[in-house]
Design a protein. Structure first.
Length: 251
């Protein structure tokens, strides 16, 4: 069998499951660390419940993803997860989901591992959202999840450091109200409201046009220019203000 014939035959099996995101649909990629509990708590023993060194690893990973060839409007990270909102006109790889999933998981894993000096693997999934309201809801969902995770993590690790076992700490906070969890932390001298915003709400990444003074060698004049810079926001707004922030980005 000639190669061209064999190639055409086998390509059918390779591409049979190809799925392309429809035009005008919003795409969001969620990229999650695989086995990161063991990696961060046992192998590398990062500080609990939050470690700035680990935070910086995630920040550098998101920065890399925002600059690796995709048209990404907004990036968000909390804990070991990353969410990326693509521009509605994004058309790389013909909008084939398998390409986005494989490339983004690979890029994230490679960047994170190269900085850490150890293997850190990520998986990826794509959400397809038909309107701006659902995009707004998606990021509100991840923001609320960040807040819930932070409160639970602080309660859990305060109890663990107070000689509670894993099971004891988990059982104690299970079913507790938000008010009760805040009171628990207050008993340990921790005011949850005063903790760093990035721990409670995650970190945002978005582009800003900055006015710079350039030089035109043809006219020998200084001229104003626009430069597109990636802004990293460690103090994202909360609740309805965050909804408005997302809508403004979409404009």
């Amino acid at each position: 069998m000639k190669f061209n014939t064999l190639d055409a035959k086998m390509r059918v099996y390779e591409t049979a499951q190809d799925y392309c995101v429809l035009p005008e649909m919003y795409m969001i990629a969620r990229i999650d660390g695989r086995g990161f509990t063991r990696l961060t708590k046992e192998v590398h023993q990062f500080e609990t419940p939050f470690d700035e060194k680990f935070r910086n690893l995630m920040v550098e990973t998101v920065k890399h993803l925002m600059n690796c060839g995709f048209n990404i409007v907004y990036g968000f990270t909390q804990s070991d997860e990353i969410s990326l909102l693509f521009h509605p006109d994004e058309n790389l790889f013909g909008r084939k989901t398998r390409k986005y999933i494989s490339v983004l998981a690979g890029e994230a894993s490679a960047k994170f591992s190269s900085i850490l000096g150890d293997v850190g693997a990520f998986d990826c999934r794509i959400s397809e959202l038909p309107n701006k309201k659902l995009v707004e809801d998606y990021f509100r969902w991840r923001s609320e999840d960040a807040h819930r995770n932070a409160l639970n993590a602080y309660c859990y690790w305060r109890l663990r450091k107070d000689n509670h076992s894993r099971n004891q700490a988990s059982s104690k906070i299970q079913g507790m109200s938000i008010a009760a969890k805040n009171e628990l932390l207050f008993q340990y001298g921790v005011n949850f409201n005063n903790l760093p915003a990035w721990q409670k709400r995650g970190i945002g990444f978005y582009w800003k046009n900055i006015k710079k003074e350039g030089f035109n060698p043809n006219t020998n004049e200084h001229v104003p220019t626009d430069k597109r810079l990636l802004h990293i926001d460690f103090e994202l707004p909360m609740k309805e203000e965050y909804n408005k922030f997302i809508i403004d980005l979409l404009k």
